[in-house]
Every structure is written in structure tokens, then in C-alpha cells.
Design a protein around this ligand. Structure first.
Ligand code: ARG
Length: 644
């Protein structure tokens, strides 16, 4: 279960048992059990959060809008039922006709306290009335009312709202960043396999992982952006032997000589499948590589390098930054970790293999294969150990297709058995699997192109750019803009469209890759949103005013209903990013961005900006909208455009 935003903010930093222990990799593996025992003992004696009333006093102005209200309601709940501390205030945004926010505690509270001696309430509405009455005075709140079975509705003060938007304009959007209780996280994403194809699944992982990493970074978490490339394994035996065969002086071989690494992989696999002698050599090559024989190491490094260059081109085009720490990196640590787990009594023999049994799952997690070799799970267990102990990460996030869910579920449970992770998922350190669905073609089947079995990512990006350039030319931009402007805009719009189409859906559902749909300038697409942003910029430009000056001297007022609705939506940015970030759901941010642009359109069609009596205030609202939109684009990995 994922903690509510409020919990996450108020729960003190979970004391990682690993931090105080030692730098394990430097020690002989015999020290592992001591570490494990210690970590178990220390582990996860959950520290109780300080009471919210003291916190509220300490950080009066901290938190997002919802959290600020929750703190007020917490105080009211404590006063309403003094003998019932630690009631979590249930505060949510509500539909406009009732107010802006709502506190929904009355009913639950009533069923808890009814019939107790001294309780005078006669039902949930009375509890609601009391909650309303006990709400501390606050400049945030304009009015309150109680509806139905005790819902306490809050109408926010528009002066307070206006002041806060203005403050953000002056102090910067960073002041609206979520405040998480962790300092360091690992996001393991993209992670293609060397020499195999980097397919659309890896594209999804790259796009989703980049957004999650950016949201955490915005929240002041240090993120280790990890590319866990598949650069180790039995396929290298066959690749290396094939390389020796085709290029006797392989050291001079580069990507142009090999041509297409995927084709190279396929060709060598064919040999492997039909030629017994080759197969035998390939299997021996794996052993020689793993025992560190120089020539084999060199050939391996050569193949990895060629592959890496190909991947890097895609990352560069997508503007995604990652640090490679492939499977091979963790290899030297595997024996020590397995030994520690064995000494803890977790590893058992099963059909010649060494495995960890996991409650509730009938297949065990294999950590040493029956031939003595290591596998995907051995590496992942070790990488998790490394990330917790050596890198001191408190949240480790893995972005892969949902097909791998069971693998993650199993090794997370094994890590809990080992005492590396607390049993309670609301506590840190924590590991989370971010699964996503398949990419489908327009025919509803797994995405493929006509000519090749796999879709080359570079071709997809090319096509997105070409199509968006054609659309710009059709709008007459070739005559208005320089070639460079045309190129840059086509790229921002094209790549942005691919990313947004992926991110806007709940990641667990399959999504259909459809150029026509994603490049449509109407509807919920990046194109529509980028154009909306450019239009706001052009309104500000045409006013001839300097918003940098205006925000210092002018004043925002939210008198018109559409100004107020836009203002409220702007203020909700902080809680939405926090929700998207803590629940690992980029689509929540996309939905916010789309609604922001809808709110803006309503405001702009009903409130004259330039030349009106409210011009200054309205220009500042335009500016605030543009600032928030740009931050959303940035978090989603989309480059904004300023003119269109
Ligand atoms: N290389 C894997 C694949 O292509 C993904 C790796 C994900 N990360 C991990 N730590 N298992 O499916």
C-alpha cells in the first residue's frame, strides 16, 4: 500500500539499518551474517510520527494546499474528540458546487465513538458541525458549511489564493515542490539488453522512468538514474565466438564493420542452433569470459561498446540522461550475497538448484542454477543489496513491463525475509516495481512495422519528427521561420507527442501507437498542449509588458469565477505532483496539465486580458499558467515551444 501524501510528508525519515553498519563490499564475505543479524535487530522498529499538532505549529506554512488544510482539520479533530488522537484527517478536493475542499471524517468518526459515555453527538451531521466549529481561524478559509451526513465543505479565500500564486511567481516554482522524507532513490529504467533489440517496451521504460526520476529530483531527492543493461549472460559466448570467426582481428572492428548488431545477434544465434561444434565452442567461451580471460573480456567489451553507442543515440534524441551500471557490474558481489543469505538459512537445495522459497508462491526464486551459474534473479538480489548498502538508497524503483511483475514480487519478498527491507511497505527503505502494459499497433496486436519484425526506435522518432514538420509547413511556418526554428520545433513537437502519448494513459494498460492520434492538434495530445503554451506566451509578448516587473509591482485578483477556477487549479499543482510522484503515476500529471489548459481556455474566452481594467492581474495569471505548464513539460521530458 502506498502511503497517503500526508503520511509521506510527516513520517520521519526511516532509519536505514544499513547506514550504520559498514561498507560491505570491502569486507570478506564472512562478515555478511553479522551485518544481516544486526540489520534484522535494528530493522524497522518503526519510529512513531510526532503528533501532527506539534508538527503543525512547527511548520506552519509547509506543505501543499491539501496538507495545509489537513493540518487545520487535524487540530479540529483533536478538539472535537479529545480522547481520540491520531485520527487521520480525510481531506479531498471536491466538486465546485459544494466548495473547494471537503473533510470526510464525520461518518467514520461517528461509528467509532457512538454509544461511548460522555459522547453527546446525535449522529454524523452533528459531528460534522463540531468539526466545523473547532476549525482554527485561518486566513486560508473564506467559509465553511456542513452537508449531508457531516461533510465539511471549505471555500478557500480568494485573497489568500491570489497571494500564494503571486508568491510562487516571485519566489519560483521550486517553492511548490513536494517535500518527501527520503534523500536518495534509485530509478532503474530503460535497461535494454546488449546486442538484442531495444524495443518499444524499452522506449516505454525510458520515457516513464525519466519522468519518475525528474519528479523525484524536483522533490529534492537525489536520484541515481540507473541503466541496468543486460550485458552479461550466456548469449555472450556465442556472440564472442561469432565475432572471432567473422573478424579475426576483431580489435579493430567498429559498428560500421558489424553493421547491424541485431542482425549479428540473429546470425550467430542461427549458427548456435544448428552447428553443434559452434555451440560447444560458444559454451566454453562463456566460461572463459567469466574466468576473466583477456581476449574474451576484450571481445565482450567491444560488443558492449558498439551496442552502447546505438543506445546513446536514442537517449540523446530523447534528451534522457542515464548512468550505465549493467548486470556485469554486480557479478563480483554475487557470491558474497548468496553466502550471506545461505548463512541466514534462507537458501535451500531444490532439484539441484539453490533457491529461496517465498510464502504464497509455489515456485521458488532460483538464485544459483543447477549448473552452478547465476541468473537474472541472482543479479537483481545482489544489485538490490548494493543499492541499499553501498549506495544508501532509500527507495529503489524498477520500470519494466508488467510481464516481469512476478520476478520483482518474488525478489522483493526474499529481501524482506532477509531483513533488508521492512515488511511494511509504507516504510523505507522500499522497493517498488513500476509495471507497464504492451505497446499495440493500430491493428490491436503487438506493435510491429511492415518491413521488420521489430520496430527500430530511431525510425519511430524520425517519423514523428517528419510528420510534425510537414504539419508546420502546412501551417505556413516555412515562410515565417528559419530552417533551424522549423527543425527544432518539429523535433520538440514530434518527440513530445511520442512521450506524451505514452505517459497520459495509466501505465498498466496497453497503449496503441498511432501517429495520427498522437500528432493531432486537438484533444489530449502534446501538440495541443504545446500550442496552448505558445499561445499564452504570444499573448504576453503582444501585451508589450514585462512580467518580470509586473509580478513585483502588480497584484493578482481572482474576482471572476473563471479566474478563481484557474487560480485554484494552479495552486493544486503541488499536491498533484506529489501524488504522481508518491504513487509513481505520470498520467496523474498529464491529466492535471490537460485540465490546466482547459481551465486557461475558459478563463481566456471569458476574461479579456490585454486592454482590460484587470490587465495586470490577468497577465500575471497568464504568466503563472505558463510557468506551471513549463514545469509540467519539463517533468514529462517535453521541450516547450514559445511560438507557433
Ligand atoms: N534487461 C531487462 C529486460 O530487457 C530489464 C532490466 C530491468 N531491471 C532490473 N533490475 N531487472 O527485460
Amino acid at each position: 500500500m502506498i502511503p497517503s501524501c500526508l503520511n509521506l510528508q510527516l513520517t520521519p525519515l526511516f532509519p536505514s539499518p544499513f547506514l550504520s553498519v559498514n561498507r560491505l563490499s570491502l569486507l570478506p564475505s564472512s562478515t555478511f551474517p553479522a551485518f544481516a543479524a544486526k540489520s534484522r535487530r535494528l530493522a524497522f522498529a518503526a519510529t512513531k510520527a510526532p503528533s501532527i499538532s506539534t508538527m503543525a505549529a512547527e511548520q506552519e506554512n509547509a506543505g501543499n494546499l491539501k496538507q495545509k488544510l489537513a493540518k487545520l482539520f487535524q487540530l479540529s479533530l483533536e478538539a472535537t474528540v479529545p480522547g481520540e488522537p491520531d485520527i487521520e484527517p480525510l481531506v479531498a478536493a471536491c466538486t465546485a458546487k459544494f466548495g473547494d475542499y471537503q473533510c470526510n471524517n464525520a461518518m467514520g468518526l461517528w461509528s467509532k465513538i457512538k454509544g461511548r459515555p460522555g459522547i453527546e453527538f446525535r449522529g454524523p451531521p452533528a459531528v460534522g458541525q463540531a468539526i466545523m466549529k473547532n476549525l482554527p481561524q485561518s486566513e486560508m478559509i473564506e467559509s465553511c458549511s456542513v452537508a449531508g451526513p457531516g461533510f465539511v465543505n471549505v471555500v478557500l479565500s480568494k485573497n489568500w489564493m491570489a497571494k500564494n500564486i503571486q508568491k510562487m511567481l516571485v519566489d519560483g516554482i521550486e517553492t511548490w515542490a513536494p517535500k518527501l522524507s527520503i534523500k536518495r532513490a534509485v530509478v532503474d529504467f530503460s535497461s535494454p539488453n546488449i546486442a538484442k533489440e531495444m524495443h518499444v517496451g524499452h522506449l516505454r521504460s525510458t520515457i516513464i522512468g525519466d519522468t519518475l526520476a525528474s519528479m523525484l529530483e524536483f522533490s529534492n531527492v537525489e536520484v541515481l538514474r540507473r541503466n541496468h543493461v543486460g550485458d552479461w549472460g550466456t548469449q555472450f559466448g556465442m556472440l564472442i565466438e561469432f565475432l572471432f570467426e567473422k573478424f579475426p582481428n576483431f580489435e579493430d572492428v567498429n559498428e560500421t564493420a558489424i553493421g547491424d548488431l541485431q542482425a549479428f545477434y540473429k546470425e550467430s544465434k542461427q549458427r548456435f542452433d544448428v552447428d553443434a561444434e559452434f555451440k560447444d565452442r560458444a559454451q566454453k567461451a562463456v566460461v572463459r569470459l567469466q574466468s576473466g580471460e583477456q581476449m574474451y573480456r576484450k571481445a565482450w567489451a567491444q560488443i558492449c561498446e558498439i551496442s552502447r553507442r546505438e543506445f546513446d543515440q536514442v537517449y540523446q534524441r530523447l534528451g534522457v540522461h542515464l548512468e550505465e551500471k549493467g548486470e556485469s557490474f554486480y557479478n563480483p558481489y554475487i557470491p558474497g550475497v548468496i553466502e550471506a543469505l545461505t548463512n541466514q538459512g534462507l537458501v535451500e537445495e531444490s532439484k539441484g538448484a539453490r533457491v529461496i522459497f517465498i510464502e504464497g508462491i509455489n515456485i521458488p526464486l532460483i538464485v544459483v542454477k543447477s549448473d552452478g551459474g547465476y541468473n537474472y534473479a541472482s543479479t537483481d538480489m545482489t544489485a538490490l543489496w548494493y543499492r541499499l548498502t553501498e549506495e544508501k538508497a532509500e527507495w529503489i524503483i524498477y520500470v519494466t513491463d508488467v510481464g516481469q511483475q512476478q520476478h520483482f514480487d518474488m525478489f522483493f519478498k526474499a529481501a524482506k525475509r532477509a531483513g533488508w527491507l521492512p515488511a511494511d511497505d509504507r516504510q523505507y527503505p522500499k522497493a517498488s516495481h513500476v509495471g507497464f502494459g504492451l505497446v499495440l499497433g493500430e491493428d490491436g496486436k503487438r506493435f510491429r512495422t511492415r518491413s521488420t519484425e521489430v520496430v527500430r526506435l530511431a525510425d519511430l522518432l524520425d517519423e514523428a519528427k517528419t510528420r510534425s514538420k510537414a504539419a508546420l509547413i502546412e501551417r505556413g511556418k516555412a515562410a515565417e521561420w528559419t530552417e533551424e526554428e522549423l527543425e527544432q520545433t518539429a523535433e520538440a513537437v514530434g518527440y513530445g507527442a511520442v512521450k506524451y502519448a505514452d505517459l497520459k494513459n495509466n501505465r498498466l494498460t496497453n497503449y496503441t501507437f498511432d501517429f495520427d492520434q498522437m500528432l493531432n492538434d486537438k484533444g489530449n495530445t502534446a501538440v495541443y498542449l504545446l500550442y496552448a503554451h505558445a499561445r499564452i506566451c504570444s499573448i504576453i509578448r503582444k501585451s508589450g509588458k514585462d512580467t518580470g516587473e509586473l509580478k513585483k509591482t502588480g497584484k493578482i485578483v481572482l474576482d471572476h469565477a473563471d479566474e478563481r477556477a484557474l487560480g485554484l487549479h494552479l495552486l493544486q499543482f503541488a499536491e498533484v505532483v506529489e501524488e504522481a510522484c508518491t504513487n509513481l503515476l505520470p498520467n496523474v500529471l498529464c491529466e492535471y496539465l490537460y485540465n490546466l489548459s482547459e481551465n486557461y481556455t475558459r478563463f481566456y474566452s471569458n476574461c479579456q486580458v490585454v486592454g482590460s481594467a484587470e490587465e495586470t492581474s490577468r497577465l500575471l495569471l497568464c504568466e503563472a499558467t505558463a510557468v506551471v505548464m513549463r514545469k509540467c513539460f519539463f517533468l514529462l521530458g517535453i521541450k516547450p515551444v514559445y511560438k507557433i
